[in-house]
Write a protein that binds this ligand. Structure first.
Ligand code: EPZ
Length: 424
């Protein structure tokens, strides 16, 4: 709810948390799979779905298009797309989260038309959609604008060779889904290779799509002229951003914490950086265990597309750097305005020097002070929770609907390792 907040008592820099903390299914995977239900001629089942606000928004949009969405078990949904679907994305909901954009490709491929507003989501940069629009055009669509809505239409779409100017994650997923139902061969160059893209391609292929190259920078899709048939349920992969954020929390607040139900292989470069920083950890195939480290050392963090350090871990890492000894550089290379939260962190006592919109120095170790803070976006919101848990005294985190967008019952899972956090 809009006016809920977290009240958090900090540890004053002690490392006291112990126990296990499980990771949920990946938000940024499951949202795209729900959108992919539009490509299927039968019911699809999606497992390991996190219970978060972005999923609720996606379900509302899908229902508005005519899709049957049913939660059959705690973490499982079935989705059933009818023979004819709507072409108009409901403006208010679509504007509230970025993933609404991924619906546009499947709708266009099926119905030859789609109308939608500019998608919303976290305010972390300009977030244009030119790659989507240019790619739809290359496939034969006309682009128009009416009443601040995009109107994309096509009598006939055809496979095309498309070069992305930037390896955009959602554009890769959207165009991969579009091309699945567009006759002919589509080759997408300079695409993103995040694990969630591979999971989506694998799922579409089990339903009869012909997609190769997902996980590399070139994807080839041979289009089909009818809908796919789902054969197996989709298993949502673990959320690597949640796992990485919990690992950061464990490093700065933990005595001995095991992060379970995750895939450390999806965090290789991040964990390599952790190693350089002196974090005491070990991994198995599906867990990360972090024990108290004698000292955390300054490191330089440069965000990058996968497999580099994810931009979504940049703000929790900044909190980590306040507790690491020496001067660290953060270099945000993916988004334009993703350092704004740092001014709030410095008000909590962090020694931060912002050099330009992409770079900042953080010098540690600094004690943090509890404060009243607004959660500016999903990832920085969790970073503030971690900062509040490190700090001395009480903090109040407002705007937690931003955090609920992506983390299921975050307070309950943090309480499991000993955190003093309450939702009011
Ligand atoms: C996805 O956003 C994620 N969101 C983001 O997670 C994540 O931070 C981001 O990828 C990078 O990993 C979802 O999957 C729903 P991009 P996306 O398009 O796809 C530029 C979270 O907290 N660009 O890969 O929107 C863009 O401005 C969110 O879960 C264009 O120029 O990111 C950015 O600089 C936040 N034109 C760069 O590409 C376009 O048409 C990469 O963004 C599209 C993007």
């Amino acid at each position: 709810m809009e006016n809920e907040k977290f009240i958090i008592q900090g540890l004053e820099g002690q490392r006291a948390f112990e126990g296990k903390i499980p990771v949920r299914g990946a938000k940024n995977a499951v949202l795209k799979t729900f959108a992919a239900s539009l490509l299927f001629g039968n019911e699809i089942r999606v497992d390991n779905v996190p219970f978060i606000q972005d999923i609720a928004n996606m379900n509302e949009l899908l229902r508005h298009l005519g899709v049957g969405v049913e939660r059959i078990e705690e973490k499982s949904f079935v989705l059933n797309s009818p023979d004819a679907i709507g072409t108009d994305l409901c403006g208010d909901i679509a504007k509230s989260f970025r993933s609404s954009i991924v619906l546009t490709g499947p709708i266009l491929a099926r119905e030859g038309k789609v109308i939608f507003p500019h998608p919303g989501g976290c305010v972390i940069g300009e977030r244009p959609i030119d790659i989507f629009l240019e790619s739809f055009k290359k496939m034969g669509a006309d682009i128009d604008m009416h009443d601040r809505q995009y109107v994309i239409s096509a009598d006939k779409l055809a496979g095309a060779e498309i070069v992305f100017k930037i390896p955009s994650v959602t554009a890769t997923e959207t165009l991969m889904m579009t091309a699945t139902l567009v006759p002919g061969k589509t080759i997408l160059h300079n695409v993103a290779c995040e694990p969630e893209i591979v999971a989506l391609a694998d799922f579409l292929n089990t339903g009869g799509a012909d997609i190769s190259g997902a996980g590399s920078h070139t994807i080839v899709i041979k289009g089909r002229d009818s809908l796919l048939k789902s054969k197996e349920p989709y298993q949502t992969p673990p959320d690597r951003i949640e796992a990485g954020s919990f690992a950061i929390l464990a490093a700065v607040c933990g005595k001995d914490i095991e992060i379970t139900d995750c895939k450390p292989d999806h965090l290789r470069v991040f964990l390599r950086t952790f190693d350089n920083a002196g974090v005491n950890f070990e991994t198995t195939e599906n867990s990360i265990r972090i024990k108290m480290s004698p000292q955390l050392n300054a490191i330089n963090v440069k965000t990058h597309e996968y497999p580099g350090i994810p931009t979504d871990l940049q703000s929790p890492l900044a909190v980590f750097l306040t507790q690491a000894s020496g001067r660290s550089l953060i270099f945000e290379t993916v988004f334009e305005s993703r350092l704004d939260y740092l001014s709030e962190l410095s008000r909590m006592g962090a020694d931060v020097m912002i050099c330009d919109p992409h770079r900042a120095f953080i010098t540690g170790v600094t004690p943090l002070r509890g404060r009243e803070i607004e959660s500016p976006d999903l990832r920085a919101g969790l970073a503030f929770i971690i900062a509040a848990l490190v700090a001395k005294g009480e903090s109040i985190v407002h705007n937690i609907h931003n955090i609920d967008r992506g983390y299921e019952n975050i307070e309950e899972r943090l309480q499991m390792v000993g955190a003093d956090i309450k939702r009011i």
